[in-house]
Design a protein around this ligand. Structure first.
Ligand code: ADP
Length: 491
């Protein structure tokens, strides 16, 4: 089967969060089981291509009552996957992918609509795939265009679309005037299509028009069909519930494993944990702690700083938390409010709360390896990758039981020796504090703690089984668009 991924970020070319890890890892897993996979991405300022070659010099994209001309760069083939980059410097040659801490770029609708449309135009030239697999609102226009403006195009009649929601909190909502700007017909601006409380909603359009919808954990696929987690689109999702599936994200253990990681000071494995202590010392030294007390547990945080991630809970209980024997090491960037919060906590408790504001991949690896616990008190979490990395690195996750966090972490039971981490359900500071205290108490029992670490380290969350689940969805979507005698037959 030929599958074209369309996404706004992908490791190693561009990254702000877990989406990039998924788009970097799932295509090679599909290629490894015999599929023909290509990935379309925007060419950002930060995208580094080893030998950029222009494949298509000028793809004509109808846009804003005129034509725009993009080029398509060859990103070469890695792990059996072809990478194509849509190059349009006025839109993508910017400092960041989506915006600055002060807010999103004001022309994001135009940027990602042009990208989506350029992908369709380019794929017509290269030959259309069997399935487009699109991710989040930035590529939502692909399934919408396939069933509207491009519906009669013979190149796409039998092409199906699968849309993956990585986060319901980001929908791509814009003023109604955006529609004509993007040359989309006004009949899309209705409540059963893209209209959402007077705005144009890209994500909603994809949920209406995609053949199949997936999201990144089983629990989250259920949560988003409720008012608490659906961000207003729970009704749309419920109306399509027969086509909604939760498939847990996998992990690329070529990148995230303490046995091979080249970012960390020493390698280690479940059979020989000695390197972990070296990593802990190295991590603390990175934050200027040169004579560390290595008995003291280190709680790591690596995160986008956003309301979703639950940091308001830490703020609520910080005065009591700092009285505990522990150190917090936090790396993150994002909303100014949370960057300021962590800066303030660092000033207030300089020896207990060590903070680095910014995006630093090497440090993210060092925190996974050098910490004893990994904290994710998320308000909601579609899948979450850091806790799964934490398991592999013997860094015990302390999480709120939501979405993928709930699906991947089993509560530690010291009596039976089963379990991989600690979790709490109520979204309150008290619940967070008492769960951290529980983890700190468990940490004191060294033999129990080693069992707990090893339980997590031997878990397998690689992509193999999830990739096969995606193939089943692609196959179903293809059946839906079988063409007989020139007519698309819906089965
Ligand atoms: P989300 O996709 O919501 O951001 P995930 O846990 O699924 O959360 O994935 C986050 C990914 O982004 C992980 O690979 C994590 O290491 C990385 N990451 C997040 N913030 C930073 C940062 N400030 N510096 C380096 N890596 C980061």
């Amino acid at each position: 089967m030929r599958i074209a991924f369309v996404a706004s970020e992908c490791v190693p070319f561009s990254k702000t969060g877990g989406l990039a890890d998924v788009v970097g890892a799932l295509p090679p897993a599909l290629a490894a089981i015999g599929h023909d996979v290509e990935v379309y991405l925007p060419k950002y300022n930060q995208t580094r291509l080893s030998s950029p070659r222009t494949l298509l010099r000028s793809v004509t994209v109808p846009f804003d009552d005129e034509y725009r001309f993009c080029s398509v760069l060859d990103g070469s083939t890695y792990a059996g996957v072809k990478f194509y980059f849509i190059d349009y410097p006025p839109f993508f040659d910017r400092e960041q992918l989506y915006g600055t801490p002060a807010g999103d770029y004001s022309d994001n609708a135009e940027r990602f609509a042009l990208f989506s449309r350029a992908v369709l135009e380019a794929s017509k030239i290269f030959g259309a795939p069997d399935v487009f697999h699109c991710h989040d609102w930035q590529s939502a226009l692909v399934p919408i265009l396939l069933r509207t403006l491009y519906a009669e195009d013979p190149a796409f009649r039998a092409v199906s679309s699968v849309f993956t929601i990585h986060n319901m909190g980001y929908q791509g909502q814009f003023p109604p005037e955006t529609l004509p700007l993007l040359m989309l017909p006004w009949d899309l601006f209705t409540i059963d299509k893209m209209e959402f409380y007077g705005k144009v909603n890209f994500l909603k359009g994809a949920l209406v028009f995609a053949d199949f919808i997936t999201t990144v954990s089983r629990k989250y696929s259920q949560e988003i069909q409720t008012a608490e987690y659906g961000f207003g689109l729970e009704g749309v999702l419920r109306s399509r519930s027969a086509t909604v599936t939760g498939i847990l994200n996998g992990v690329d253990y070529n990148v995230w494993s303490p046995q091979t990681d080249t970012f960390i000071k020493a390698r280690y494995s479940p059979d020989d944990l000695s390197g972990k202590l070296v990593c802990k010392q190295d991590l603390l030294a990175d934050f200027g702690v040169t004579t560390p007390d290595l008995q003291l547990p280190v709680i790591g945080i690596v995160s986008r700083f956003a309301a979703q991630k639950g940091f308001d809970l830490i703020a609520q209980v910080i005065d009591r938390l700092v009285r505990e024997d522990m150190v917090i090491v936090a790396l993150g960037t994002g909303d100014k409010e949370y960057e300021d919060l962590f800066r303030r906590l660092n000033q207030q408790f300089p020896r207990k709360i060590l903070v680095r504001i910014g995006f630093d991949n090497a440090l993210a690896h060092k925190i996974e390896a050098g910490s004893d616990m990994f904290l994710m008190p998320s308000r909601y979490e579609p899948c979450g990758l850091n806790q799964i990395y934490g398991l592999k690195y013997g860094t015990v996750p302390v999480v709120r039981a939501t979405g993928g966090l709930d699906d991947t972490i089993e509560p530690w039971d010291p009596r039976s020796g089963h379990g991989t981490g600690f979790k709490f359900s109520d979204y309150t500071g008290e619940a967070l504090l008492s769960t951290i205290r529980q983890a700190l108490t468990a940490f004191k029992d060294r033999s129990g703690w080693h069992t707990l670490m090893r339980n997590g380290m031997v878990k397998d969350f690689s992509w193999t089984s999830s990739a096969r689940e995606y193939v089943r969805i692609y196959e179903k979507s293809r059946q839906l668009r079988t063409v007989h005698n020139g007519e698309v037959v819906t089965v």
